[in-house]
Design a protein around this ligand. Structure first.
Ligand SMILES: Nc1ncnc2c1ncn2[C@@H]1O[C@H](COP(=O)(O)OP(=O)(O)OP(=O)(O)O)[C@@H](O)[C@H]1O
Ligand SMILES: [Mg+2]
Length: 224
């Protein structure tokens, strides 16, 4: 009898693990799609709209077709915006970056690793939507690396605002890695993060030593 209950328990645990991991990978896919839509399609639509506007100003043309094309573009823009919102974690959109990151730490903590969160910024602080989204995806990408590669027991995320900069520190007590290897050997993740931070005129420094964990410091100018 006892043996039977035990087996049922294990079976349920396995099932829960399968469900949880499929939700996790769904979330990762959603984030990828959302950030792709946001970063690429959005700017293509904006650029098409801009060209249309310039054309009509330069040629002083009043055309029904161009007017319709502009309306269609702005509808596509709105649809895309709605869709990105659906894809991005609703906590981020509703309660902002600080709240969503605190929640992310809690959600990613388990018996193997704990993500500790500290922030001198009020939880209800809001930045621009674009800024919040970018930073959220950067942190999720770095957390994924810690979970996937570091074998750490503890990770700390801290946030402060100083001299018009948002300063994020993420460290872990895991196995570390060689940071001096050429950047083109880094995976998609770190390269994408570097590109995003550069676009925002920020800086990232990664200090990591084998068996001594990894410390990452990101400084990004606050949006106006
Ligand atoms: N916190 C960490 N601890 C230990 N090793 C790390 C850590 N972060 C990154 N690495 C190492 O740096 C490499 C590059 O990371 P990067 O995120 O660029 O690529 P990836 O995680 O391998 O692939 P992807 O992010 O595209 O799924 C990793 O493969 C891993 O070896
Ligand atoms: Mg990665």
């Amino acid at each position: 009898m006892k043996e039977k209950i035990k087996r049922k328990d294990t079976k349920q645990k396995i099932l829960l693990n399968i469900i949880n991991s499929s939700i996790d990978s769904q979330e990762i896919e959603r984030k990828k799609i959302a950030s792709f839509l946001h970063d690429n399609i959005n700017s293509l639509l904006s650029s098409a709209g801009l060209h249309l506007n310039t054309f009509t100003v330069q040629h002083e043309i009043k055309s029904e077709e161009i007017h319709k094309a502009k309306t269609i573009l702005s509808q596509a823009h709105e649809l895309l915006r709605d869709m990105s919102h659906d894809l991005v974690p609703s906590l981020l959109v509703r309660f902002g970056l600080i709240y969503a990151l605190e929640d992310l730490c809690e959600k990613n903590s388990n018996s193997a690793i704990v993500f500790k969160f500290s922030s001198s910024i009020p939880t209800n602080k809001r930045y621009t939507e674009k800024f919040e989204m970018k930073l959220y995806f950067i942190v999720t990408e770095l957390f994924n690396n810690i979970i996937k590669h570091s074998d750490a027991k503890e990770s700390n995320l801290s946030l402060i605002e100083k001299n018009n900069l948002l300063i994020l520190r993420i460290d872990d007590d895991g196995i570390g890695f060689k940071t001096q290897k050429p950047k083109d050997l880094e995976g998609f993740g770190l390269n994408r993060i570097r590109a995003r931070i550069k676009k925002y005129k920020g800086t990232i420094s990664i200090t990591s030593k084998e068996n001594e964990g990894t410390q990452i410091k990101i400084q990004i100018p606050l949006p106006h």
